[in-house]
Ligand binder design. Structure first.
Ligand code: FES
Ligand code: FES
Length: 166
């Protein structure tokens, strides 16, 4: 008699189709593969950072159908046929205004948190184009900066809201 698990065995790999930064992509994934793992490799989008892998640091934040999402806690299969935006997709041929602001304001030190901060900040400005500093601080509360560069990060988002960089 076959082992009960054999009758319900799930495939160990599957072909995932999703859209990343507007481009259709496919990848072979296992049931436990996270979106973060797929983005970094095989897709090679290493801007999204592998931090705590526990949902605590925000370094892995991407937009999933436009909403900030922790890619380390998202199964790749849950992104099937959905739109993912990573830090690589925030600008076009030129950096986005917020990306420029981060450079001009000195808002990136080691840079480990920067991708997550940019994704979160971009979403905030899309939802609320004129946030005050407390709204900015609340929006990035889930993004930890180990270099404690919060003041300049908030400055960069505020300067962008004021239209200083296009
Ligand atoms: S790596 Fe996802 S929250 Fe830290
Ligand atoms: S710039 Fe180093 S963690 Fe934020």
């Amino acid at each position: 008699m076959p082992h009960p698990a054999a009758a319900t065995k799930v495939p160990v790999t599957d072909q995932l189709a999703l859209r990343v930064n507007g481009e259709p992509q496919t990848a072979v994934v296992e049931p436990h593969t996270t979106l973060l793992e797929v983005l970094r490799e095989p897709l090679g989008l290493t801007g999204t950072k592998f931090g705590c892998e526990l949902g605590e640091c925000g370094a892995c934040t991407v937009l999933l159908d436009g909403e900030p999402t922790l890619s380390c806690l998202t199964l790749a299969g849950d992104a099937a046929d959905r739109d993912v935006t990573t830090v690589e997709g925030l600008g076009g041929a030129e950096p986005s205004p917020l990306q420029t602001a981060f450079v001009e304001a000195g808002a990136a030190q080691c840079g480990f948190c920067t991708a997550g901060m940019l994704v979160t900040g971009t979403h905030l400005l899309a939802e609320d184009p004129t946030p005050d500093r407390s709204a900015i601080e609340a929006a990035i509360a889930g993004n930890l900066c180990r270099c404690t560069g919060y003041t300049k990060i908030v400055d960069a988002i505020e300067l962008t809201a004021r239209g200083e960089f296009g």
